[in-house]
Design a protein around this ligand. Structure first.
Ligand code: PLP
Length: 360
């Protein structure tokens, strides 16, 4: 594996300033002192792995990413465990998904060990930025983009891979926890054969305008339907979705090529099965959802992803009608599953699946 060069930071954040900055944590606004950068050049492969100060990246105005959006990313967290050490959750799954995304965007693979090592390097350097478990966690953002200066249309020959880190707040915010969803009947996020299953910035770009339509309707998030029939529930702009029925079964849409294979989704399957629930992957339509919510057959619905783990859905709106789910403020199953998964992530429950990787 590549050796990392460490560049020292001339004036790192003082412990006092860091403590003040970490007093109240949001999401993605505060960043640590360091970053990892690794370069790729066709014919040479990966080279110049550097752990250095977090700083702007000089980029040629013709860099391919700025024109043709060759960019992929990952999102995972490092948690402060009860013994003071730091671990992350299934980082090898993020590494594998990163390479699946790379394949779809015609980008080079990053060896999985190098992906995990890059996170280890950054967390070790910025370990003081990992919040205590009751305050939050350190969100890690690995990403890769085409840096070659070339306006012709073909896969670029030069890439930059980076990891940055952001201390983020806890899971249990006070106030109403359930969100209101806007179901987009007019716009889709992904199409069969498209890039929906790749974690690329372009998918997010496509989701932003529908997201603002949802916000105009007083909703927090947008739910996308399949692109062909505009009937089957797929996922949110950045989270997967699960449904809980009154017979105790849990249903989630199957990975059909346009849904992003969430690691939280996969882990919740396992956690739910451990807790005795039956989990089925099957297509579920918007019309059926509305009917089941109104009849009481549907008890709960929740979104899931690394950033918020589980977000209960209280209400659904669309230009074809809306409905309330359960009592409108989340349910028991979502709470139970979240506690079970977060318990493992924070090292408070046994890691029976071997999901945790010590980083520092
Ligand atoms: C990242 C992401 C998810 C959630 O994936 P996790 O691995 O659980 O964080 C779901 N949907 C989309 C579109 C995403 O980009």
């Amino acid at each position: 594996m590549l050796d990392f060069t460490t560049q020292t930071l001339p004036n790192p954040t003082s412990p006092e300033d860091r403590a003040a900055a970490m007093e109240s944590l949001g999401f993605g606004t505060l960043f640590t002192d360091h970053m990892v950068t690794i370069r790729y050049t066709e014919g040479q492969g990966w080279h110049d792995a550097v752990l250095g100060p977090r700083q702007p990246i000089p980029l040629d105005p013709a860099a391919a990413v700025l024109h043709y959006a060759q960019e992929i990313f990952e999102g995972l967290k490092a948690y402060r465990l009860p013994d003071g050490s730091v671990a992350s959750f299934r980082p090898e799954a993020n590494a594998a998904r990163f390479n699946h995304s790379a394949t779809r965007l015609a980008m080079p693979h990053l060896p999985e060990e190098l992906f995990v090592e890059s996170i280890r390097q950054l967390v070790a350097a910025d370990v003081d930025w990992v919040p205590d478990a009751d305050k939050g966690s350190l969100y890690l953002r690995p990403f890769m983009f085409a840096s070659e200066a070339f306006l012709g249309v073909r896969p670029a020959r030069d890439y930059i891979y980076c990891v940055i880190a952001s201390p983020v707040g806890g899971y249990f915010k006070s106030g109403k926890s359930a969100v209101t969803l806007w179901v987009s009947h007019d716009y889709v996020r992904a199409v069969p054969g498209g890039t929906g299953a790749a974690k690329c910035g372009g998918n997010y770009a496509a989701s932003l305008m529908p997201q603002s339509v949802g916000i105009e309707h007083g909703c927090d998030q947008v739910l996308f339907l399949d692109a062909v029939e505009r009937k089957w529930i797929e996922e949110l702009g950045g989270m997967n979705i699960m449904f809980v029925f009154n017979d105790g079964t849990i249903v989630t849409p199957p990975l059909n090529g346009s849904i992003l294979p969430g690691i939280t989704r996969d882990s919740l399957h396992a956690v739910a099965q451990d807790a005795g629930y039956t989990v089925r992957e099957e297509p579920y339509s918007f019309d059926q959802w509305m009917e089941d919510a109104k009849s009481g057959k549907l008890k709960e619905a929740f979104a899931c992803g690394t950033a918020a783990v589980i977000t209960p859905i209280g209400e659904v709106k669309s230009n074809r009608g809306g409905f309330i789910i359960g009592n409108g403020d989340g349910g028991e199953v979502a709470r139970t599953l979240r506690e079970a998964l977060v318990g493992v992530q924070l090292g408070q429950k046994p890691d029976t699946h071997g999901w945790m990787t010590k980083l520092a």
